[in-house]
Design a protein. Structure first.
Length: 81
């Protein structure tokens, strides 16, 4: 099939092309579907708690000493007045 210029198609034809493309992307291509009975026999994966943050973890907007990082809008307003 030769490539078609989408601008030469009607809106309905473009919509049909788009729907067809989306359907092709949604179909699983790598893994075949197993019947439901076989899926139940597989062991369930256990999800554990996430690991604790490292000891040197710093939340956003805070420096090593615990002071807030960022602009001081009050100082900016005083300096610009």
């Amino acid at each position: 099939v030769p490539p078609v210029d989408p601008s030469s198609l009607s809106v309905e034809e473009q919509a049909a092309m788009f729907r067809q493309m989306m359907m092709q992307q949604q179909q699983p291509q790598t893994t075949p579907q197993q019947p439901y009975a076989q899926q139940q026999q597989q062991p369930q994966q256990q999800y554990n708690e996430p690991p604790p943050p490292p000891k040197n973890f710093l939340p956003g907007g805070v420096d090593e000493v615990g002071r807030k990082i960022g602009r001081n809008r009050d100082a900016d307003a005083i300096q610009n007045s």
